[in-house]
Design a protein around this ligand. Sequence first.
Ligand code: FES
Length: 157
Amino acid sequence: MNLNGSAQDPEKREYSSVCVGREDDIKKSERMTAVVHDREVVIFYHRGEYHAMDIRCYHSGGPLHLGDIEDFDGRPCIVCPWHKYKITLATGESLYQSINPKDPSAKPKWCSKGIKQRIHTVTVDNGNIYVTLSNEPFKCDSDFYATGDFKVIKSSS
Ligand code: FES
């Protein structure tokens, strides 16, 4: 057995938790950014709960760490500063309002487009904040801005 971890499966290492800061600091700022295994994430502290997600908006790569948090349909969402998409902090779902065109008097209803932003796990241990990247096997729209393809475009511009 190799104790220094150099023989670890590199696939697995990407999903080991990484310390991103101190609980005291994020409680003051209510948000922080971090790079976890080469993936940029934003961590929010909102109403006593921690939430982590890919930092770039799934729609077009907007900077979610600069958005406001508001409730829609009773669900706290980050509002992307670029085109105002609303993404739930807890699940990464994108919310929109729909109306029935055949009933113009109907009140708009909040609906979900499904999970669009990848959510990561936050844990707290001894005053330290840890983020563990999601390894949910589904394809998430925000992956495009969080992985190699987009980084190549960025660095060549
Ligand atoms: Fe976020 Fe368009 S980039 S809403």
